[in-house]
Design a protein around this ligand. Sequence first.
Ligand code: AKB
Length: 313
Amino acid sequence: MQKSILIIGACGQIGTELTMALREKYGNDSVVASDIREGSENLMRSGPFELLDATNYEAIEDVVMHYEIAEVYLMAAMLSATAEKFPMRAWNLNMNSLFNVLNLAKEKKIDKIFWPSSIAVFGPNTPKNETPQHTLMEPSTVYGISKQSGERWCEYYFKKFGVDVRSVRYPGLISWKTQPGGGTTDYAVEIFHKALSEKKYTSFLNEETKLPMMYMDDAIRATISLMDANNGDLSIRSSYNLGAMSFTPEELAACIQNHIPDFEIRYEPDFRQEIANSWPASVDDAKASQDWGWAPEFDLGKTTEVMLRNLRQ
Ligand code: AKB
């Protein structure tokens, strides 16, 4: 029998593309999308959808039982910039949703979990370049604290209860299909939209803020590869570092100018600058390569070309 998959937070930036990729791989009816709001027409029409609050254990359990769900991808979360404005709401959503799925797996109601962590688990005292898998982590944001705590709980549930939970530390994600919402790396998507519509963009991060970034296709491929990997090959049950490219707003603007020569960028750093300053410039993802063969396909040049080509259409 084909396994059934539930995606919680299916209408967000990653969830939307992940749902479509999993439907393509496993068949539309095998992949149940869920969120607290409805999503794009494509997502809503292509397979089953449930309105679901990720903090409501009973509601998730009902959906899991009804569809005989084997795997859950928990993509619902409040991102870094929004979480600074609503710390308690962020903590409640980011932690309780994770406990809900971890406990469902502990009770053997589901077999496997994917839960995303982030480069936000690192902090100002972490080595900035080629940040190691295992290193000093003192996150200084609400979102980072929730993700680091989540990683500790994932590893704990794996070791104590044998829960098969898998995770990657996503960098900033760039996609033309869905907009991000409430993150510090969002500038790297907004800039493409503004470059095409207005030929100018005001960046909320300064010109030299180097951050790890990834094109969405790579992120989706990484997520599905990790979930497909053999259990015994995985040496990390907190969360894997995952790298692809690193650039500053200035470098991204220069790359866009190769396609749109009169594009202009200005810098007006806001509260998100401090968040970005506490994060790595690049990460060492050797463990992900060794354990499950991770290798990125999109660099800055290819990402810029694909983004502009698709947004133009
Ligand atoms: C954010 O900026 O909050 C996210 C992330 C790096 O996890 N994109």
